[in-house]
Design a protein around this ligand. Structure first.
Ligand code: TNX
Length: 718
């Protein structure tokens, strides 16, 4: 009822409605007007010039499945039309930019090229009810759009997403779905990691064994089963004609496909198919991932002929100007016992194996350029100071490498593992890697894009990478890792650091999850945030179309578990609140990770706090209102996410500036994502309802740490 009154008030007062327009990525300029446009069976699509016929057809194709409307093209219907207008050169529209004007009787879309129109169509779809993304006609739906003016263009020209199709094989239909989802988010580069130790996924006509042998794992295959494929034959590859069709499919959605052939490391799948590519010595070394015999010999001329042929075939399939050649994580030891490599080193007066890697990369660079392309590689290639300035660098190890690349005037894609690796886990206890950091949505969104003039010149854009070692089961795990984090990445790539996380999160919660759901994406539903306040269960930040389900006996809640009501008395639902477990249930279908209310947040630290601290003492405030409800004697300091470790020497707790508790460590206590918490048992009644609390943590080592954590107390106030 309250909500209804508020809406009526808003209508009559003409107050901004911006909070109801929830677009992701957020457009550059947006003005909400009074009134609405309604899409009906009579709406026509008109064009300013015949050259926009394909755009009109595309729009019709996007709007038809859910509306079921016919949308006559060309013949104007004066009462309701969508007008596509080609911008005049004098209007100087940037590539991919568009203008979208929604008025009561007409929608006018202006752009200078098909990519601009495509982006405008994506915004238009988001302005419609989320059911527009479904593939079945939704009868009796009113397809209403709020009148609005949008002027929009991207921050970066490279807005990428990578999928590792080597460790897991994804069929072409899945790749098409992946492309569709990218398009909705205005992402425009699909990086296919086509080769790695666990599988070669691209047909190469001159070397058929690459896919006959190198694309399969299993008990009777050359590649051993790995990562959950069990004892069955597992694998697959894409034919060249399938890939050409995929390139076309992506191009129709304003997406280019970047192929990656990873050399000289990560090449076990080649080595099992053509063992002659390996060195002649006895190589017992292992890669970071524990794989042996996976490095191309740098001394055999024949290897470069083979790579010339492979790159030549790759170049004919993918029209994109770049070919990614990997270059990451090479174990140089592989070359140590090889007579060919020794000879190559002697001939060139090399003394270090890195010089051999540089030699290899330079040879590949020439090959790539010979086939009319530019080379891109992971940031390890930066070791090579003789690289062509046009060669681009994809930075993954740390943000410092971004600086190094721009200093050397190489085009750069920013993709640091500790922010943009989507195989990292999203929360403590969830599936995924954590070697670079735990990466909740908020951390990804908090990435600060560089703004200096050199970066503006050389940074092409940003990219999210999904490595697939641990995505085998369940089948939806890939989508779970991707969404909603790819939504956050798309916003950084398109809109820059324009909005705050809470604003982004609100748009996600209010509308965007609905869209993802309509598209059939099995995204990660955020867990509920429930706290006990004055003996009542209170929840915060709810999403639309969801409920909170709970159990009171420590069993994992399901869709059918009891629904939590806001303000419910704790005592009425559980004799022991520590046994309450909660999950968000979205549209009676998707469930979030499980959380409990055992601990209450009473304070936090964040990277800014650490960076700003002039001394080694970090002061962490405790929220007083939280303390009043949680009179516990167990304090937990928890490292939530970040890529650095903190070594703690001493912890002091103060009430109103007087010391009430102290704890020193003989050996500094390490806190980081592998060792995420310290528990402190405090004296009884250490915390009381009154007073201002503060915790000082004395750390040693670098203060420039990148980390975020919380202070919790065990909830015992029942
Ligand atoms: C590092 S990033 C890799 C991949 C792994 C990934 C796992 C990069 C260039 N190499 O081979 O899959 O870590 O997170």
């Amino acid at each position: 009822m309250k909500f209804k009154i508020l809406c009526i008030l808003l209508v009559f007062t003409g107050i901004s409605y911006s909070s109801n327009i929830c677009l992701i990525p957020q457009p550059k300029e947006l003005k909400i007007l009074k009134g609405n446009f309604t899409l009906t069976n009579k709406t026509s699509i008109n064009i300013s010039t015949i050259s926009l016929t394909n755009e009109a057809k595309l729009l019709k194709k996007l709007l038809q499945p859910a509306t079921g409307f016919d949308f006559t093209v060309l013949k104007a219907n004066e009462s309701s039309k969508i007008y596509l207008k080609l911008a005049k050169p004098s209007e100087s529209f940037a590539h991919e930019a568009y203008k979208l004007d929604v008025r009561t009787k007409e929608i006018e879309i202006t752009a200078a090229d098909s990519s601009g129109f495509f982006n405008a169509f994506q915004t238009l779809l988001q302005l419609l009810p989320s059911e527009i993304y479904g593939n079945k006609v939704v009868k009796s739906k009113v397809w209403r759009i709020r009148n609005i003016q949008i002027e929009d263009k991207p921050t970066y020209s490279w807005r990428g997403a990578m999928l590792d199709v080597s460790r897991q094989f994804y069929d072409i239909n899945y790749l098409k779905k992946y492309i569709n989802w990218m398009a909705v988010h205005k992402l425009n580069v699909f990086h296919l990691h086509l080769t790695d130790d666990e599988g070669w996924r691209i047909e190469i006509k001159a070397y058929p064994k690459l896919t006959k042998v190198g694309a399969w794992r299993g008990p009777n295959e050359a590649l051993q089963p790995a990562h959950g494929s069990g004892n069955k034959r597992y694998g697959g590859f894409y034919t060249q004609s399938e890939l050409k069709e995929l390139v076309q499919y992506a191009a129709e959605r304003n997406i280019q496909i970047l192929p990656e052939i990873d050399v000289p490391g990560h090449s076990k799948s080649v080595a099992v198919s053509y063992p002659e590519i390996l060195c002649d010595g006895n190589d017992t070394t292992k890669s970071v991932q524990g794989v042996s015999n996976n490095v191309w010999c740098a001394g055999k001329d024949y290897n470069f002929e083979m790579l010339d042929t492979i790159i030549g075939e790759v170049a004919t399939i993918f029209p994109m100007k770049y070919i990614h050649i990997g270059g990451d994580e090479v174990n140089f030891k592989a070359w140590e016992h090889c007579s060919f490599c020794k000879k190559r080193m002697d001939e060139n007066h090399y003394t270090k194996p890195t010089e051999l890697q540089n030699y290899f990369i330079s040879k590949i660079e020439k090959i790539v350029e010979k086939h009319g392309k530019l080379m891109m590689g992971w940031n390890e290639i930066l070791e090579n100071s003789t690289l062509d300035k046009k060669t681009a660098v994809m930075v993954w190890t740390s943000s410092d490498e971004v600086e190094a690349s721009v200093q050397k005037h190489h085009p750069v894609i920013i993709s640091p593992a500790s922010y943009f690796y989507l195989d990292m886990t999203q929360g403590i206890g969830e599936r995924g890697h954590n070697w670079a950091s735990i990466i909740p949505l908020e951390r990804l969104y908090s990435f600060k894009l560089p703004t200096d003039s050199l970066a503006n010149r050389f940074v092409l854009g940003i990219q999210g990478n999904l490595w697939s070692e641990y995505l085998d089961k369940p089948a939806y795990q890939t989508e779970y890792q991707l969404y909603p984090r790819l939504c956050a990445l798309s916003e950084l790539a398109w809109s820059g650091n324009k909005s705050t996380f809470s604003d982004f999160e609100e748009r996600l919660n209010k509308s965007h999850y609905d869209r993802l759901f309509s598209m059939g994406i099995h995204f990660r539903v955020p867990p509920p945030e429930v706290k006990i306040v004055s003996g009542k269960m209170q929840y915060f930040k709810t999403l639309t179309n969801s409920k909170i389900v709970f159990t009171n006996d420590s069993t994992i809640p399901t869709k059918n578990s009891s629904i939590l009501l806001n303000d419910e008395n704790v005592k009425s639902i559980a004799s022991n609140p520590n046994n309450i477990l909660l999950r968000t249930c979205f549209k009676d279908s998707l469930l979030s990770p499980t959380v409990s209310i055992v601990n209450d947040t009473v304070g936090f630290w964040d990277p800014e706090l650490l960076r700003k601290s002039p001394t080694k003492i970090i002061s962490l405030a405790i929220h007083p209102e939280m303390i009043s409800d949680s009179l516990s004697n167990l304090l937990i300091i928890k490292y939530m996410y970040g890529s650095a470790e903190i070594s703690i020497k001493k912890i002091d707790i103060f009430r109103d500036d007087s010391l009430i508790y102290e704890k020193g460590y003989d050996k500094p206590f390490l806190l980081f994502s592998h060792q995420p918490q310290i528990e402190l048992s405090l004296p009884e009644k250490c915390f009381s309802k009154t007073g201002n609390y503060r915790i000082d943590v004395e750390s040693i080592g670098k203060n420039e740490v990148d980390s975020y954590g919380v202070i919790l107390v065990k909830n015992s106030n029942f």
